[in-house]
Design a protein around this ligand. Structure first.
Ligand SMILES: Cc1cc2nc3c(=O)[nH]c(=O)nc-3n(C[C@H](O)[C@H](O)[C@H](O)COP(=O)(O)OP(=O)(O)OC[C@H]3O[C@@H](n4cnc5c(N)ncnc54)[C@H](O)[C@@H]3O)c2cc1C
Length: 503
């Protein structure tokens, strides 16, 4: 369509990547006859970061958007998370301590090439009835509570103002509405930064070369290592290694700017990224012959931010336009699953004639609480202990177990309704929030003390924690109980030294 088109719309969606296209799909499905316009800045979506799904986002894509067959044909089935730890004493891949699954995972998740994936979701949204204007930018939105919103669009042909009852902001980190309305806040308690690229020639984790060089290492795990998200990890930083269909590997580093000195020299981002990873014995082994794509290098500082407002009667924020917490554990597309589902429901409620004020208040309260508690429980100060094999082994088992028990299991039991309740937003999740926050804080304290004593990383050589993996069976609570017992033992043998230290 062209910018001169005189069609009118009920909903204008700013941004046609995953969060925008998914919201459009749900709106069209739930509101027959609704007129939806997606405005997308780019003529073609390019490769974007955020390629690993976890169980909730995989459920959303597979069972709600109905993409399972497409995902199987065009992307990779993911085999969970795997972590590689190091220290001064670790000399090679075999000596790097490993944390991850012994077997293949039990619930679906995927490694996506987001350029092709997001285009497909957008294509399907258009096939379901959405109009698409691209390349075109939304330059301004004038909000008007309970009335039509005024949207100014621009492309190569000129500019135009249109009106729609709802605006969905799916503009990603651009966060159009949050920045314009003064709701955008940097999360200064979490100063992380990232550098990344797509690579060719990364060694095959499951190939003959490594199996011959390190036979014991190769046979220690029954699962496929290569299609996991591998994390090569150090003190205050981690890196993701996400394989993409066709052989490229997405590799990037995320670090806490308070703990890690990123190389500041004349080399470009790619050379510094490679040099940084080559300090780690696993990085050295796997990247020996690898080359980054010089046209696909990225650097972003101060990753974490949020909007203080998520919706009003006439607008709603989804995906990265609403907030971004941290890429560790890949929560980005889970957040999209919750925000897109709730946004579509909010709009549907207004169209059914339901009163809006209470709903909008609830939406804002739930997402503000969810974002704050999710961050405080799982991410705050996690980089303090991220490089510690023993602490991370307990934390990962507990984090994963509670995710399965309280969050990932819910859509399998309740369907899409579960995605209307964002994580940590309801009363039932309160005790879990306090518990998760408690062990996360304690591990950070223990690691700080180790750093002071110069013992950081001393437990990182030659160990393996291979967890059997979680299912949705109630008996898996036993795995959580075992991990809790390990935490208590850690407190009794070491933790008590830091009980009186500030959190
Ligand atoms: C380092 C890093 C690693 C990550 N890893 C993961 C991961 O492994 N798994 C995961 O789930 N998440 C991950 N994420 C998060 C993930 O990338 C995002 O949550 C996700 O891509 C957000 O999708 P979105 O649709 O909200 O925004 P985007 O993908 O940013 O899309 C926004 C779209 O809006 C368009 N747009 C912007 N402004 C306008 C405008 N004014 N007018 C018209 N169009 C506009 C843009 O062109 C773009 O297409 C990671 C993030 C980072 C920073």
């Amino acid at each position: 369509m062209t910018i001169d088109d005189e069609r009118s719309y009920d909903v204008v969606i700013v941004g046609g990547a995953l969060s925008g296209a998914a919201t459009a799909t749900l709106l069209l499905r739930q509101n027959p006859g609704v007129r939806v316009l997606i405005v997308e800045k780019s003529a073609q979506l390019t490769r974007r970061v955020g390629e690993a799904t976890v169980e909730v986002s995989a459920y959303f894509m597979g069972r709600i958007l109905g993409l399972t067959q497409y995902l199987n044909e065009h992307h990779l089935v993911k085999q969970g998370l795997r972590f590689w730890f190091t220290s001064d004493e670790v000399k090679n891949l075999e000596e790097a301590s490993e944390l991850g699954g012994q077997y293949q995972v039990r619930l679906p998740s995927y490694q996506l090439d987001r350029a092709t994936f997001d285009e497909e979701v957008l294509r399907r949204a258009c096939a379901a009835g959405a109009d698409l204007l691209r390349p075109a930018s939304v330059m301004n939105v004038q909000l008007s509570s309970g009335q039509d919103q005024t949207i100014t669009l621009k492309n190569g042909e000129g500019s135009k103002t249109i009106r729609a009852r709802w605006v969905v902001d799916a503009s990603g980190v651009g966060a159009l509405l949050a920045r314009k309305e003064g709701w955008w806040k940097s999360n200064t308690a979490h100063p992380t930064a990232a550098a990344w690229s797509r690579w060719k020639g990364v060694k095959d984790w499951d190939g003959r070369e490594l199996a011959e060089k390190f036979p014991k290492w190769a046979s220690a795990v029954y699962s496929i290592r290569g299609t996991a998200t591998n994390h090569v990890i150090g003190d205050g930083w981690w890196s993701w290694w996400i394989p993409l269909k066709g052989g490229d590997v997405s590799v990037g580093v995320v670090f806490d700017q308070r703990l890690v000195e990123w190389p500041q020299d004349d080399r470009g981002i790619g050379d510094r990224l490679k040099a940084f990873l080559m300090e780690h014995p696993v990085g050295r082994e796997m990247l020996a012959d690898a080359e980054f794509d010089a046209a696909d290098l990225h650097w972003r500082k101060n990753l974490a931010y949020y909007s203080t407002t998520f919706a009003g009667d006439g607008f709603v924020l989804v995906g990265d336009a609403a907030a971004f917490m941290d890429p560790f554990y890949s929560p980005g597309m889970d957040w999209i699953s919750f925000t897109a589902t709730s946004a579509a429901e909010l709009i549907a409620a207004q169209r059914r004639g339901e009163p809006m004020q209470e709903r909008v208040e609830r939406h804002n309260r739930d997402f503000a609480n969810s974002h704050r508690r999710w961050f405080e429980a799982v991410y705050k100060d996690k980089y303090e202990y991220m490089g510690e094999f023993d602490l991370m082994s307990i934390a990962f088992t507990l984090d994963l177990g509670f995710y399965y028990l309280g969050i990932a299991s819910q859509p399998f039991k309740m369907g899409i309704r579960a995605l209307l309740v964002p994580p940590f937003s309801d009363w039932a999740s309160r005790p879990f929030f306090y518990l998760i926050r408690a062990y996360n804080r304690r591990f950070a304290q223990i690691a700080r003390r180790r750093r002071r004593l110069g013992t950081i990383g001393k437990r990182n050589r030659g160990r393996r924690c291979l967890i059997p993996g979680f299912t949705l069976k109630a008996t898996d609570v036993g795995l959580l109980v075992k991990a809790m017992a390990k935490w208590i033992w850690l407190e009794l043998t070491e933790g008590w030294h830091s009980w009186r230290e500030p959190g």
